[in-house]
Design a protein around this ligand. Structure first.
Ligand SMILES: Nc1ncnc2c1ncn2[C@@H]1O[C@H](COP(=O)(O)OP(=O)(O)O)[C@@H](O)[C@H]1O
Ligand SMILES: [Mg+2]
Length: 193
């Protein structure tokens, strides 16, 4: 299967997970993710003044609200993507409160323009959505290559963590040179990496 065909199948599979199960799984994902040692401020001193890039979930994605709210409680600063559809690029914008968003491109909630842009070198951890992931730390996105492009500008020290429902872990993902590899993948069932 090529990327395009696989995206279709994986969209359908994720849609088939009932909402209440997705919500339950999202809570488990938040727990598994935040218990990971990269979120331990004592061990990852980087986090003290750097940002965690999160995304605001869209349609049937993992609900990231529990993650974002817990990060804020932990005193960790967050930023979220703002995409430029014409250029097919994205940038990171500081995200401090749930009221700071509006509906943007593709119907995705995005940050208001008055919040500051965050330099990629100030991001310690990037949490990525996706349609499929595998044990080789590969990711299938939605086809825009937004994260591949954005993260290609970063230094090696940014930790990249994919989050998804266990149903989204598959064996093979068609991969190209530009596809960024992840450091960890966190599901409701396991942590890979
Ligand atoms: N680092 C990059 N520089 C320039 N273009 C890129 C880069 N990464 C990805 N792209 C472009 O984005 C397109 C989509 O990437 P793809 O990996 O298929 O999507 P996704 O990661 O969203 O599943 C690629 O065909 C390529 O043209
Ligand atoms: Mg890609």
């Amino acid at each position: 299967m090529n990327k395009k065909e696989l995206r279709k199948v994986m969209q359908k599979n994720r849609k088939a997970i009932p909402l209440h199960i997705r919500e339950e799984k999202s809570l488990l994902i938040a727990k598994n993710l935040l218990e990971h040692e990269v979120f331990d401020i004592q061990k990852n001193l980087n986090l003290k003044d750097k940002f965690v890039m999160v995304f605001l979930n869209f349609k049937t994605e993992v609900n990231t609200e529990p993650i974002i709210k817990r990060l804020w409680k932990m005193g960790i600063k967050t930023c979220i993507p703002k995409v430029n559809v014409k250029e097919k690029t994205m940038k990171a914008i500081e995200f401090k409160s749930c009221g700071e968003v509006h509906i943007g491109a593709y119907g995705i909630r995005e940050p208001n323009l008055n919040s500051p842009e965050i330099d990629i070198h100030n991001i310690a951890i990037s949490i990525l959505p996706g349609l499929a992931f595998n044990k080789k730390m590969q990711r299938l996105g939605y086809g825009g290559g937004y994260y591949d492009k954005f993260l290609s500008q970063s230094k090696k020290d940014i930790k990249k963590i994919g989050i998804c429902f266990s149903e989204q872990i598959i064996e093979e993902i068609p991969s190209e040179k530009h596809d960024v590899k992840l450091d960890y993948i966190v599901t409701d069932f396991e942590i890979l990496g």
